[in-house]
Ligand binder design. Structure first.
Ligand SMILES: [Zn+2]
Length: 262
């Protein structure tokens, strides 16, 4: 493999399992093509839902699931920033001897931490979320803010936002909801304000060749497919028959942010 073509891509995610849904195919493809794929995960995901018999050790369980997912995708290095999950409403409080929730840590402080990783890795590109944090989780919005600032501090040449075309999603969800019942935690109308308009997307990555790795990466996060009652979004995704799964998850979408020349 010629040294000159190997690039280092740093993917920044909020929770263990976000990498599986949004960027897993791109990561697997890049790794297969000989690029260095680095995964940074900001929180331990301990505020995530799961069946109650798992919740006591949820941080450890999710760390192990993340390692397995990273192995499947060919990630060269996984870094946990170790913040606590801020929760869906951003109001999780710090536990007695636990880490600070991500949204309570100053943006500048977390950005410095991430910038150091970008410098150490001589990152060619950083991949983060769009300003909506995709569907609006406070930790995702914060990851976007922190990433943009970190790339500025480290002079990282390219910054991509992993996103999705909201118009296509809304249309597809309306269609699917005519014959498929989504779990109660899943609100299809929330996508009308989420992600990016189709016209804003600059890069589409075809990940059909690595769709088995993407599915296996989702499956690795098995605690996120459990609940005491009712259904979970991840479990519902994993039940989708493979041809439909490939159709829905076979493309990943990015917006390359314009270079800031100030
Ligand atoms: Zn998340």
């Amino acid at each position: 493999m010629p040294m000159t073509s190997a690039r280092t891509l740093v993917f920044v995610h909020a929770h263990p399992d976000d990498e599986a849904l949004l960027t897993a195919g791109t990561m697997a493809r890049a790794a297969r093509e000989g690029q260095r794929v680095v995964l940074v995960v900001a929180t331990d995901g301990a505020a995530g839902l799961a069946a109650s018999h798992l919740t006591d050790d949820l941080a450890q369980i999710r760390a192990a699931e993340l390692d397995e997912s990273a192995r499947i995708l060919g990630v060269a290095r996984t870094i946990r920033l170790g913040y606590a999950d801020s929760g869906l409403h951003g109001d999780e409080q710090q536990q007695a001897d636990g880490p600070l929730p991500l949204c309570q840590a100053p943006v500048e402080e977390v950005a410095q931490e991430l910038a150091q990783i970008l410098r150490d890795e001589l990152a060619d590109a950083l991949i983060t979320y769009d300003p909506n944090g995709g569907y609006g989780h406070p930790d995702h919005i914060r990851v976007h803010q922190v990433s943009i600032r970190a790339a500025e501090l480290a002079n990282t040449p390219q910054v991509f936002e992993a996103t999705a075309p909201r118009d296509l999603i809304v249309k597809a969800l309306k269609l699917v909801s005519t014959f498929y019942t989504f779990p109660p935690e899943f609100d299809p109308t929330s996508f009308e304000r989420a992600f990016r308009a189709r016209s804003e997307i600059t890069h589409r990555v075809n990940v059909r060749d690595v769709i088995d790795q993407k599915r296996a990466s989702m499956r690795a996060h098995s605690s996120q497919a459990t609940a005491d009652s009712g259904d979970r979004t991840l479990a519902a995704f994993l039940r989708i028959p493979k041809p439909v799964f490939t159709y829905v998850f076979g493309t990943e979408y990015y917006l390359l942010r314009p270079a800031s020349n100030d």
